[in-house]
Design a protein around this ligand. Structure first.
Ligand code: ADP
Ligand code: ZN
Length: 660
């Protein structure tokens, strides 16, 4: 069960290498061939001379042999070796190594036999020149011109196409050699009978599973939905880091619904050849429609779906945009009830083109995160299914030791553990094997940063607790709903908030929001006495919010009611700023002052509630995940805006509680 799956990024890197080697071999061969031709020609090139010179040479008796090509009116001369010195300067001072040494051309009226016989007659017996008459059939020239070069060209094309098919395709449809097949999508069709994956194989991922159940239901009995006139989503986007089981989940949907499963990677669409991507998309959907109902799974959709650039002329990848446009057209093209459901996976939903997310396309986003403690335990269970593990094995212990591991990493651990135990000729796999496997996986992991040590875990717990506590205590900050220690994207821990659908932000709301953003950093300062790099993402957002307040929303008294927001987008990459240097300085100062004020305010809040804050951090460290209820137990109810009289009362109550 525990199949060791190569990590995707590494796999792709290898593919690229195959591709490059193929190309470079072709180049080397061609360049070598050209160089060889040039040198060869230079060395073999006889010097051209006039008929008059030939006559003088003849008379001086230096010529050993003349070969005359009758139908070409061309003759070549070989000089007697002992006479070669005389002609050195014609060859740039060197005695030529190859014969023939000279070449001459004559007019069509030239009577070769006559001329040579009369010339030879005037020479003494031993000086006579050997005359060879011949007709050139030019076979080789023709072969070279008409067959060899075109052949070389065709070979090159075939080679190139094959190279990049082998290099890039996941499994390739038929006709790998055929260059005319480039535009064919090689979406891998997994046969109905082959998708054996069901939800049972997918551990954890409760939220995600719940969301896709509906898709399964639709695929099973579409009439139930269409009878009521309901529209089924055409596509869903699975968002999450690599190895978290996005492909697995998509397969499980197909498996549960018992429908065919097409899978293709976004990078397959983006090729060097113009128009290939778009035609592959067309082809893929044509195939899918034939087999409907079915699931089309597009892995790494960000390869095609990245937001289209503003300045098209400048952008380097129009090809990708064409492909994306085709994808959008196809998704709009098939009816909601055609039974084709497109699932796509990415770990960067933020860079995708907004058009992809519009209604009727990937209008659903399903977030798949790295598994938490309990989920990890379940994933271990799934992958230990076929393994011989020692009795009363401590799953909980393993789960605790693999914070930050993805599902794929855990599958790897189980496999490694089995191999380690086998190497030692053990009857069953024990805890030590698993621990060794964990060490090995961590060692081989590219993103070592994702694995958290105990020390880091503490620091992250404090950071996240800082966010949580500050947002809990500030009336306008988004209410918290979940905090985890599990790394997510490039941020380490994460606090999830339920954003209130705010179109209009009051200044105080923005300030509260920014305070909770900076809360993590401030918490680190309070507990560790020094900051860490963990707050980079928070500070980035804080900075852009602060600049937005000053530059766009006119919320700084000193700068005044000016907005430099570029809503037309016309300014683009214009380097001149619509304000003076002095204003720029003033704005920078205002932003710094604002951030400083927010920092100090947050600092006071956290110091004042230090006890509660430390309790939240400790709970987080112990459970890896806490919810709003847990925070409420420690800090009391969430602080609400003061306008709400009822809440004010509660606030006072809570203040008493914490000061006790
Ligand atoms: P992604 O597509 O998100 O990169 P995959 O679906 O390819 O990840 O997952 C790779 C492997 O990791 C799967 O084949 C499976 O063995 C294992 N795996 C990942 N997540 C889970 C999970 N939740 N439950 C069980 N196995 C998982
Ligand atoms: Zn943070």
């Amino acid at each position: 069960m525990a199949n060791k799956k190569p990590r995707k990024p590494a796999g792709r890197k290898n593919d690229n290498k195959v591709l490059r080697i193929n190309f470079s071999w072709i180049y080397i061969i061609i360049i070598g061939f050209i160089i060889w031709m040039i040198f060869n020609r230079g060395a073999a090139n006889p010097q051209k001379i006039e008929w008059a010179e030939v006559q003088t040479m003849f008379q001086s008796g230096d010529i050993k042999e003349i070969r005359f090509v009758r139908n070409d009116f061309k003759g070549t001369i070989t000089i007697r070796p002992e006479c070669l010195d005389k002609y050195k300067d014609k060859f740039g001072g060197e005695v030529p190594a190859r014969s023939p040494h000279f070449i001459f051309l004559v007019s069509t009226a030239f009577d070769a036999e006559d001329e040579f016989t009369s010339l030879n007659a005037s020479l003494s017996e031993e000086d006579r020149v050997k005359i060879v008459m011949e007709n050139d059939s030019k076979v080789w020239g023709h072969i070279l011109e008409w067959i060899f070069f075109p052949l070389l060209l065709i070979l090159m094309w075939v080679w190139m196409f094959r190279g990049f098919r082998n290099g890039n395709m996941s499994g390739g449809g038929g006709g790998g050699m055929n260059p005319f097949n480039v535009g064919k999508a090689s979406g891998k069709l997994t046969d109905k009978n082959k998708v054996k994956v069901t939800f049972k194989d997918v551990a954890g991922m409760y939220g995600a599973k719940e969301e896709v159940v509906e898709i399964v239901d639709f695929l099973k009995n579409p009439s139930k939905y269409t009878a009521l006139g309901g529209k089924i989503p055409k596509g869903a986007l699975l968002v999450g880091p690599p190895g978290t089981g996005k492909t697995l989940l998509a397969k499980a949907v197909a498996g549960e619904a018992d429908v065919p499963f097409f899978s293709i990677s976004g990078s397959d669409f983006v090729e060097v050849f113009v128009g290939v991507g778009a035609s592959r998309v067309r082809d893929l959907f044509a195939q899918a429609k034939e087999k409907a109902p079915c699931i089309v799974f597009i892995d790494e959709i960000d390869a095609v779906g990245r937001a289209r650039g503003r300045n098209v002329g400048f952008s380097s990848n129009d090809e990708r945009e064409n492909t994306l446009n085709q994808l959008l057209t196809e998704m709009d093209g098939f009816g909601t009830n055609s039974g084709v459901i497109v699932l796509a996976a990415t770990n960067r939903a933020d860079i995708l083109d907004k058009a992809l997310m519009r209604a009727g396309r990937f209008d659903r986003q399903i977030h798949v995160e790295l598994p938490e403690l309990k989920e990890r335990e379940e994933i271990f269970k799934v992958h230990m299914n076929g393994l011989k593990v020692e009795k009363d094995f401590d799953l909980d212990f393993m789960a605790k030791h693999t914070a930050g591991f993805s599902g794929a990493d855990i599958a790897n651990v189980c496999n490694e553990a089995a191999l380690t135990a086998a190497r030692k000729d053990k009857k069953c796999i024990d805890k030590q094997d698993f621990l060794d496997a964990v060490d090995r996986i961590i060692g081989g992991l590219e993103r070592k940063s994702a694995i958290i040590t105990q020390k880091e875990k503490e620091s992250i717990a404090h950071h996240e607790a800082g966010h949580a506590v500050v947002s809990w205590l500030l009336p306008y900050a988004n209410p918290l709903f979940k905090v985890t220690l599990v790394p997510r994207g490039n941020a380490l821990g994460a606090a999830w908030y339920l954003p209130e659908e705010r179109k209009l932000w009051m200044k105080s709301q923005m300030i509260d929001e920014m305070s909770s953003l900076i809360g993590g950093r401030v918490a680190e300062e309070i507990v560790n006495g020094e900051p860490s790099t963990g707050a980079q993402n928070d500070l980035e957002r804080l900075t852009s919010m602060a600049y937005a307040m000053v530059q766009y929303y006119g919320m700084s008294d000193k700068v005044g009611l000016l907005s430099f927001y570029d809503s037309t987008g016309a300014r683009g990459y214009d380097l001149t700023k619509p304000y003076s240097d002095k204003t720029a300085e003033l704005m920078d100062e205002e932003v710094k002052r604002l951030v400083k004020e927010i920092h100090d305010r947050t600092y006071h809040i956290l110091v004042e509630h230090k006890e509660g804050f430390l309790k939240v951090a400790a709970l987080l460290l112990r459970n890896e995940v806490i919810f709003a209820e847990d925070v409420e137990k420690i800090l009391g109810p969430k602080v609400k805006p003061a306008s709400d009289a009822e809440n004010v009362a509660i606030d006072e109550e809570k203040d008493e509680k914490t000061s006790d």
